[in-house]
Design a protein around this ligand. Structure first.
Ligand SMILES: [Zn+2]
Length: 221
């Protein structure tokens, strides 16, 4: 805790002077372009990895970057927290993109594969049910990248399963159909610091580097 308090002092003295104007403007409201959904894992640091500033990302984090799917009337089958973040981002903030970002070495994915490791955590066990679709997919379809360890194979498919869950929310489906909202899957490799993007036409996650950025920019022109 002492380190965190010293971190606040460092922020005040070193960084706040440069960000003071931005915070003053942001005090009256936010208009982030993206809802960023990722794992609670301490090694995934969105603002660092994306070089984003205060006000850029509306972020929702939980164990395993899971999104309980909705029933046909649009109500979450799990906790309402995730569904509320989605509704607020889409209908109030009008975000143009939702990113689901998984990562390597995810403890939640390990626990899905080895439930005995969380036998004493009944809430966690129930929460991880929302990754069962990904585990089923891994068993049925096999991995996207067989060179990865099994928990990373599951983590990559989990990104796709959670994108499917997102699309069960009528508000998300409607905005996607109108061309006002994009659903995007990313996967972060902690050991290399590389972020990868799901590319449907290649059926794999591809490295996000300068070449990727240039080809995306060319495609959107
Ligand atoms: Zn994780």
């Amino acid at each position: 805790m002492r380190e965190l308090i010293q971190g606040i002092v460092d922020f005040r003295e070193l960084h706040l002077p440069m960000l003071a104007d931005r915070f003053r403007k942001l005090a009256s409201g936010q208009s982030p372009d993206t809802l960023f959904i990722t794992c609670a894992d301490s090694r995934v640091v969105p603002n660092l990895l994306l070089s984003t500033d205060p006000g850029d990302l509306f972020t929702m984090r939980n164990v395993g970057n899971l999104i309980p799917p909705a029933t046909t009337d649009g109500v979450s089958t799990g906790d309402l927290s995730e569904a509320s973040a989605i509704e607020y981002a889409v209908s109030v903030l009008n975000v143009g993109s939702i990113v689901v970002c998984g990562h390597s070495g995810c403890g939640a994915m390990r626990a899905v594969l080895e439930p005995s490791t969380v036998a004493g955590s009944p809430n966690l066990r129930r929460w991880l049910y929302h990754a069962d679709t990904a585990a089923f997919r891994l068993a049925q379809e096999g991995p996207l990248d067989a060179s990865r360890p099994s928990h990373d194979q599951l983590s990559q498919l989990n990104v796709l399963s959670q994108l499917d869950h997102l699309a069960t929310y009528p508000i998300v489906r409607d905005q996607v159909a109108k061309g006002l909202l994009k659903l995007i899957g990313w996967w972060f490799d902690i050991a290399t610091g590389d972020m990868h993007a799901w590319r449907e036409r290649d059926r794999r996650f591809v490295l996000i580097d300068r070449r990727f950025a240039e080809s995306e920019a060319a495609e959107s022109e």
